[in-house]
Design a protein around this ligand. Structure first.
Ligand code: HEM
Length: 482
């Protein structure tokens, strides 16, 4: 008993997964979610599992308007709350986006808004679509006796993208499942720091690397079941939130949740960027990002369940794996540490390729769904998020160790020494250069404007071109602009 207590005290600064709604086998994924709700809530389930037909027939809003305001306090278990969340989010997204951007409503009706706000509050997440509500608690096994693997997963509900949408969300769920051993090993690696146990550290880092490779492999299967044009044109528009360009275009600051808030509430839509996986890996391996990129990552945290958010912070504040490996004098530990980072970098590389295929290339095609044009335009502004994603990828490499190694240099160490140095340097140079480019462009513009003014004054002064000619040109220009 006292040995047990001793161990607990020893590891006091290290988080325990069970305290953060996470597990070593399922990671952040809910173990067996379902749509089992008391009979009283069956209408939610019926509608949420038929959104696609209701959108197609133009009946979704009518059906929602006929829903009574059900009493959420009759939800009888945490599982029931999760099932309710999945249904209410699907109905909300379908309700908002079913008539295209021009038809977005200003108000979410009470029958959805009140229970959604209450259920989200219970689950400690925002009352909107996010990675938790549509990934972590929205899956089931096709064959209940089969294995938990991508080919045997399907969503409980999807909005309008059929099997492509189901595959999209299940791929994200599978990536989360692959991550589970890495999550466990991060905690164990922090214990190895406390115990100054290099062998254990090496073993845990190898597990992390293996898990991230699996995440990468599952992720690359996205293309097997989710066609880019279906993603881009059919169901991506339905994942958007209330900060989408369509709301801004209509002068709306968000959506009024009737019976909840008289002021519009703004929530961003669903994105796997709200997954806690990569942020945990960054926290454990000591990857730090540039200020603006870090700010964006923190903003994604607002959409994670509070315990998951807290776990990222706890891992960050726990014993430093990087520092321990750095000071261990073990080239094998350094190699394993760097290999883990290379695996994370590999994941981010695949992610960039997928984003290019599913958003950038699709946004350049002319057959975009006309009902959601401003969202597509937002997609074409892809250079913004591509710079962000590349920045995170480069920061991963910059974390690699390699400078203080002895003669036992390994492949990863060599990569760390060469690639790391080169990329970090070029990444820094890129930032510096783009700052300089802005200054140079601004100065050039100023000089050109001054030269133009001097030229005009000179020509007017010498009466080569009388002043009224400029006024005339200016007037014609205004007319053309109008
Ligand atoms: C077709 C599939 C996908 C597309 C088009 C896509 C697109 C994007 C985009 C545009 C961002 C930038 C932030 C934003 O605008 O939301 C992002 C970030 C992110 N996505 Fe995805 N994503 C896809 C699938 C996934 C999956 C399956 C995961 C797995 C967990 C994932 C994990 C992340 C993470 C962690 C970030 C934050 C950046 C980082 O930490 O590297 N994405 N994604």
């Amino acid at each position: 008993m006292s040995m047990e207590k001793n161990r607990e005290n020893r590891y006091a600064g290290i988080p325990r997964l069970e305290d953060y709604s996470a597990s070593p086998t399922f990671g952040f994924v809910e173990e067996s979610p379902s749509l089992n709700l008391p009979e009283y809530f069956q209408r939610w389930v019926e509608l949420a599992t038929h959104t696609e037909e209701l959108i197609r027939s133009g009946q979704i809003r009518q059906e929602v308007h006929q829903l009574p305001v059900l009493d959420h306090t009759r939800l009888d278990s945490p599982q029931a709350y999760k099932a309710a969340m999945v249904c209410l989010v699907a109905l909300t997204q379908a309700y908002v986006w079913c008539e295209g951007e021009d038809g977005i409503p200003e108000v979410l009706p009470r029958c959805l808004a009140v229970p959604l706000a209450a259920v989200a509050d219970y689950l400690q997440v925002p009352p909107s679509m996010h990675s938790y509500s549509f990934g972590l608690i929205n899956w089931k096994l096709t064959d209940p006796d089969g294995k938990v693997e991508l080919d045997n997963l399907e969503t409980l509900v999807q909005i309008c993208g059929g099997s492509d949408e189901s595959w999209f969300f299940c791929t994200a769920t599978q990536v989360e499942l692959d991550f589970a051993p890495a999550l466990n090993s991060m905690i164990e690696a922090q214990k190895a720091v406390v115990d100054k146990d290099v062998h254990k550290m090496i073993k845990e880092l190898q597990t992390i690397e293996g898990a991230v490779h699996k995440m990468k492999n599952s992720f690359s299967k996205m293309i097997d079941g989710c066609r880019p044009h279906v993603f881009y044109n059919v169901f991506r528009p339905f994942l958007a939130g209330w900060d989408a360009p369509a709301f801004k275009k209509k002068g709306l600051k968000g959506l009024i949740y009737e019976g909840v808030s008289e002021e519009p509430l703004s929530y961003t839509g669903g994105s796997a960027a709200q997954s806690s996986t990569l942020q945990c890996l960054d926290a454990a391996l000591g990857v730090t990002h540039q200020e603006s990129q870090d700010k964006l990552c923190k903003s994604f945290q607002q959409y994670m369940p509070k315990p998951h958010r807290d776990l990222i912070k706890a891992i960050q504040e726990g014993p430093s794996i990087k520092e321990f490996v750095h000071n261990s004098g073990s080239s094998k530990a350094v190699e394993c540490f760097n290999n883990s980072l290379m695996a994370v970098k590999g994941f981010r590389d695949i992610h960039l390729q997928i984003v290019t295929r599913y958003i950038i290339i699709m946004s350049q095609k002319s057959n975009a769904n006309k009902k959601y044009l401003t969202q597509h335009e937002a997609g074409t502004g892809g250079s913004g998020f591509m710079t962000f994603l590349k920045g995170l990828r480069d920061a991963t490499i910059c974390t690699m160790l390699g400078r203080d190694l002895n003669e036992h240099t390994t492949t990863a160490d060599a990569v760390a020494k060469t690639t790391n140095g080169a990329i970090c340097k070029s990444s820094r140079q890129d930032v510096e250069w783009s700052r300089w480019k802005k200054y140079i462009a601004f100065l050039t513009l100023c000089v050109l404007v001054v030269l133009l003014i001097i030229l005009i004054i000179f020509l007017a002064w010498t009466s080569m071109v009388p002043l009224y000619t400029y006024i005339y040109i200016w007037l014609v220009w205004k007319v053309i602009l109008q």
